[in-house]
Design a protein around this ligand. Structure first.
Ligand SMILES: NC(=O)c1ccc[n+]([C@@H]2O[C@H](COP(=O)([O-])OP(=O)(O)OC[C@H]3O[C@@H](n4cnc5c(N)ncnc54)[C@H](O)[C@@H]3O)[C@@H](O)[C@H]2O)c1
Length: 461
C-alpha cells in the first residue's frame, strides 16, 4: 500500500475495537489502538487478546509483527497520529433506564476534538441512538480549535462475536454515514481493500447509518422471539416447535436463519439495542412505531423463566437442595462474553430457588465468576455433571453437543436433561435412559434436525 495512506486510530479496544484495529493493520494501514484500560492495552501490546475470539490471537501476532499496529493509553498521541479516528467505545444500557449510556462515546469524541489540530475525520462505530451523530457533530465542532474542519461520520459495525475477524475483513455490506463528499472519500480510502472485493457500500446520511444498525438488530431479535412466542403456544397446546420451525423454514420467504427456538438472545448488543431503540423512539414521540420491541424483549426474558420451570419440573417440583449442572455461561458459543447472558441468568435463578448449581463453560467461567461469584464453577464438563440431579444445557458449545450421553450418564445421579438450546439428539439421550426435555416440545418428542445455518448457532450479533 502507498505511504500516503490515512493513518488510523481505534479508540476503545474491546471486542469490536481490538478486532477492527488488528484487521485494519492487516489490510496495510498504520494503526494505533487506544483504550482507557491500561491492563487491556498492556495485554494487546504484548500480543495477548484480553477476551476469547477464535482466530484473533493469530491475527494480532501477525499485525504486531508487521510493525503497523501498536497500542497506547495516550489520547494526545492518538490525536497527533491519526487522520481517521474510529470510535469503538461501549454504549451499555444506562443503570437507571432503558436508554443507552452515551458517556463513553461523548468522552471519546470530546477528548479527541479538544486535541486534534489538523483536518481529520472522526468515525463512530459504536451502536448509538438515532440523532447521536448530529448531536456529536455540534459538540465536537464547538469544542475543536478546527471548528467545522473537524468532520464526523458514522460507520456501524455488524461483526458477530465468534466470527469477528472474518466479519470485519469480509462484511456483508459497508454503511458509510457521511455529511460531505470529503468524508465519503476518506471512508472509501480506508475500506478500499474490502470494497475492491465487491462488498456492497451503502452511502447514507448520518441518521440512516445509525438506524441501519439498530433496525438490523431489532429484526434479528424479533425473528428469534417470534419462534419463541410460537414455542409458548406449543407448550400450551402440545404442538412441537421444532417441527414447526422446520416447516416454516422451508418457505423461502421466511427462511431458517435466526428461526431457532430455545433460550433466546442475550449478549452486549441485542437486548440493550432494542431497549435503547424503544427509549429513543419514545423521546422522538414515535414510541408506538417500535412498541412491539417491548414484547420481543418480554418473550425473550420469559424463555429464561420457562427454562427454570422445566428444570424444576424434572427435579420433582422443588429446587431446594437439588444439584444442577449448568452447561454454559457465555451468551453464545465461541465467546467468553457474559453480558446479559441467558445462561448465567438461568443459573442465577436456579441458585436463588435453592438449587446447588455447578456451572461449566469452556471459556467464560472467569467472566461469569466476576459477575456472579456465588455460583460454583467447575473446571470441566465431567466435574460439572458429577452427581447432578438435573443437567441443563444453556449455551450450545460443540463440546456439549459432542458429549456422549452414556458417559455423562455414568457421572450424574439422575439421567435428566433440559436442552435449553435444542442442540442435542433427543432420541439418543432417551435411548440411553435420559429423561429429555426441551422448550416448546412435548415431553416425548423425538429428534428433529432443524434446518440451520451453522453461522446461526449463535443467536446474536
Ligand atoms: N461486541 C460486538 O459484537 C459488537 C458488534 C457490533 C457493534 N458493537 C458495538 O460496539 C461498541 C463497543 O462494543 P464492545 O463489545 O467492543 O464493548 P467492550 O466493552 O468490549 O469495549 C469497549 C471498550 O471501550 C473502552 N473505553 C471506554 N471509554 C473509553 C474512552 N473514553 N477512551 C478509550 N476507550 C474507552 C473500554 O475500556 C473498553 O475496552 C458498542 O456500542 C456495541 O454495541 C459491538
Amino acid at each position: 500500500m502507498s505511504t500516503n495512506n490515512p493513518r488510523i486510530t481505534v479508540i476503545g479496544t474491546g471486542y469490536l475495537g481490538a478486532t477492527h484495529a488488528v484487521c485494519m493493520a492487516l489490510l496495510g494501514f498504520d494503526v494505533l489502538g487506544v483504550d482507557v484500560d491500561s491492563s487491556k492495552i498492556d495485554l494487546l501490546q504484548s500480543g495477548r487478546v484480553p477476551f476469547f475470539e477464535p482466530g484473533l490471537p493469530e491475527k494480532l501476532a501477525e499485525a504486531l509483527d508487521s510493525g503497523r499496529l501498536r497500542f497506547s493509553t495516550d489520547l494526545d498521541e492518538a490525536a497527533a497520529f491519526g487522520d481517521v479516528h474510529f470510535i469503538c467505545v461501549g454504549t451499555p444500557q444506562a443503570r437507571d433506564s432503558a436508554a443507552a449510556d452515551l458517556r463513553y462515546v461523548d468522552a471519546a469524541f470530546a477528548g479527541l476534538a479538544e486535541r486534534i489540530t489538523r483536518k481529520a475525520l472522526l468515525v463512530g462505530k459504536s451502536t448509538v441512538p438515532i440523532g447521536t451523530a448530529a448531536r456529536l457533530t455540534s459538540l465536537v465542532q464547538t469544542i475543536s480549535p478546527l471548528g467545522p474542519e473537524l468532520e464526523l461520520a458514522w460507520n456501524p459495525e455488524f461483526l458477530r462475536e465468534g466470527f469477528a475477524v472474518a466479519d470485519t475483513l469480509h462484511p456483508d455490506r459497508l454503511v458509510f454515514g457521511v455529511s460531505s463528499e470529503w468524508a465519503r472519500e476518506q471512508l472509501a480510502r480506508v475500506f478500499q481493500p474490502i470494497v475492491d472485493e465487491g462488498t456492497p457500500v451503502i452511502v447514507a446520511d448520518l441518521a440512516t447509518a445509525e438506524l441501519v444498525k439498530v433496525a438490523a438488530n431489532s429484526f434479528l431479535a424479533t425473528k428469534i422471539s417470534y419462534i419463541n412466542a410460537m414455542a409458548e403456544v406449543c407448550e400450551a397446546t402440545g404442538a412441537d416447535v421444532s417441527l414447526l420451525a422446520t416447516a416454516l423454514s422451508l418457505d423461502d420467504r421466511i427462511g431458517g436463519r435466526f428461526l431457532k427456538p430455545g433460550l433466546g438472545f442475550g449478549g452486549g448488543c441485542l437486548p440493550k439495542d432494542i431497549r435503547a431503540f424503544r427509549h429513543r423512539a419514545e423521546e422522538l414521540g414515535i414510541g408506538q412505531a417500535v412498541s412491539f420491541l417491548g414484547e420481543v424483549d418480554s418473550i425473550n426474558i420469559r424463555r429464561r423463566v420457562r427454562t427454570v420451570d422445566l428444570v424444576r419440573e424434572l427435579a420433582g417440583g422443588d429446587l431446594s437442595g437439588v444439584r444442577v449442572a449448568a452447561l454454559g455461561a457465555a451468551f453464545k458459543p465461541n465467546s467468553d462474553d457474559v453480558r446479559d447472558a441467558p445462561a448465567l441468568d438461568v443459573a442465577r435463578m436456579l441458585y436463588l430457588e435453592g438449587a446447588s448449581v455447578s456451572v461449566y463453560d469452556p471459556q467464560a467461567n472467569a467472566n461469569a465468576h466476576r459477575v456472579f461469584p456465588d455460583l460454583n464453577y467447575a473446571d470441566s464438563l465431567s466435574e460439572s455433571v458429577r452427581d447432578a440431579d438435573v443437567v441443563v444445557l444453556l449455551t450450545e458449545w460443540q463440546e456439549f453437543r459432542d458429549a456422549d450421553p452414556d458417559e455423562l450418564g455414568a457421572l450424574v445421579r439422575y439421567r435428566r436433561i433440559v436442552d435449553g438450546r435444542h442442540a442435542l439428539d433427543a432420541d439418543d439421550y432417551r435411548l440411553k435412559g435420559w429423561e429429555y426435555r426441551a422448550l416448546g416440545r412435548p415431553a416425548q418428542s423425538g429428534t428433529v434436525a432443524l434446518r440451520l445455518d451453522r453461522r446461526d448457532e449463535v443467536a446474536a450479533t
